[in-house]
Write a protein that binds this ligand. Sequence first.
Ligand code: PGA
Length: 250
Amino acid sequence: MRKLVIANWKMHYGPVKAGAWIRAFRRERLPKDLDIGVAVPHVSLAAARASLGRAGVPLLGAQDVFWANDGAFTGEISPAMLKEFTLSFCLVGHSERRINLGETDEMVSKKAVALQKAGIQPVVCVGETEAQKKKGETLKVVRAQLAACLAGVKGDGASLVIAYEPVWAIGSGRPCSPLDAKNVHEAIREALVKKYGKPGSDIRIIYGGSVDARNVAEYVSTTHVDGVLVGSASLDPRAFGMLCRAALPA
Ligand code: PGA
């Protein structure tokens, strides 16, 4: 399975800076056997696409979507609108949206279904909070999130990615140990194969939470970890290029 590294800029970089980031990143030497994506704010999609041209690297993605294709939904962005930027993927259910905007598993599943209908690959984010981890509920919480978020969602390698992002590890400088990540990813893999049969074993399960150029190789070489989702360490295009090279040395 090809490894996948996704940059999640979060709420950084409007159109001007987004274009500059893409142009700088495209000067980086990148491992050919690595899939690389960048999830940019909606307002920067046009600039990012213009700087990228039709080139495949990095794959362009969004950070959120609404589930209807049009209608009276003030402020929302539809899968059909995203499709105009020829996006490859879109994050859904990031914990920052769950925490700050009350996004629920049910909403995440509706968004993932709508994206698949539009031919955009959803990257469904799950992960436990620190309190849940302390109570030993990690696997229970992640299994329940998966079951609810994947209701009605198709599952195979091309149409779905799962991101395991423990909430306590995001932006904290305290990443989940590769061994703990391996155990959770293993449980996610079991759930995917149970739900989807053999195609479930081709769905990439990526880890996110304080990944940087120093620790990325450890994650990517861990069994059941098929890539990483990178926040803070993706903001500098040259540092992110270095991270990609560290992920998969040539
Ligand atoms: P971080 O964020 O790399 O800054 O921890 C990861 C994410 O939230 O996707």
